[in-house]
Design a protein around this ligand. Sequence first.
Ligand SMILES: [Zn+2]
Length: 355
Amino acid sequence: MSAETKYGPSVTTNTVEFPYRRSLGPVVGGFVAALARGQITGVRSTGVRGGGRVLCPPLEYDPDTGAATDGELVDVGPEGTVRSWTWVAAPDARHPLDRPFAFALIQLDGADTAMVHAVDAGGEDALRAGLRVTARFRAQPKGRTDDLAYFVPEGTETTDPDVVDAAAAAAGAAAAGVSTEPVQTMEFWSSLTYKEAVSPATARYARSMLAGTLLGQKCPTCAKVFVPPRDFCSIDGIRLDEGHDLALPDRGVITNFTIVTPVPYPGQKETEPFVRVSVLLDDVEALMGLQPVVDIPNEEVRVGMRVEAVWLPESERNAEEFGNRGWGSTTGAISGWRATGEPDLPVERYIDRVF
Ligand SMILES: [Zn+2]
């Protein structure tokens, strides 16, 4: 969270990311394999224009007719001509370069179509239709389309240590024994970051958690207590507000639990089975779901067990996890729930609860 409102933090920043793998097929797979050797390739069309046009980047099908191309890759470039371009003055993390650059349609020598790629020209004034450019390749190729890093105006001395010209890329690949077989699959890492305004109720909850108090909200009609506050009652369909907020006890009883055996996936930090419990807070009918425990072995967790919250030291608390979707999240304020040592409450009392 960042920024402040009268209720506290007002914005959360969320990042959703996941890896995926795609197969490239025979034509693009060969194209990518050649890039690792400092060679750009195209493919000949077989379409109604008589065929024989060289398409770069290469395709499995002629875009004019849908007919299959012959799939045989032909060498083009590494020099080419800028046909049109647009200047990117303020690149962000999604762009291929971290300095101002141009996206350009580049027709490589020997090709009849143009490909979109980045031109590192130093300044916008250097760009024009007709500009001659040449390719720069990754000094350490990875078998990806971005082994072709970007283009520079012909005659440019490059100072970027991560890239080399076509001849050096070819020599490096030969020395390293880089495979000439088509690349079968390519790994991608998809990442989406977005900001979201936090509701006033969530902001009040976050501020209260940072101060060391669990905050709920009591509906005046049905008397149900929601935690965190939601500013509405989902039972009665009425609006609630700050006046219905309620400080809650940080002690309760376990009414349900799950032992999770972690499977390895990107981002999974747990390696051993761990437990998540539902805690019914004392005095109020308010339930905290999916809570971690502290110093309770998995095999000792049981329904009816009395627990209390373990608060992080105030200086270590943070509000990063308190977003609109994190209903009931205590991460950043409470490290978990530990046994109080009091006698259990009767299991029968909780047997019909879902949580
Ligand atoms: Zn209600």
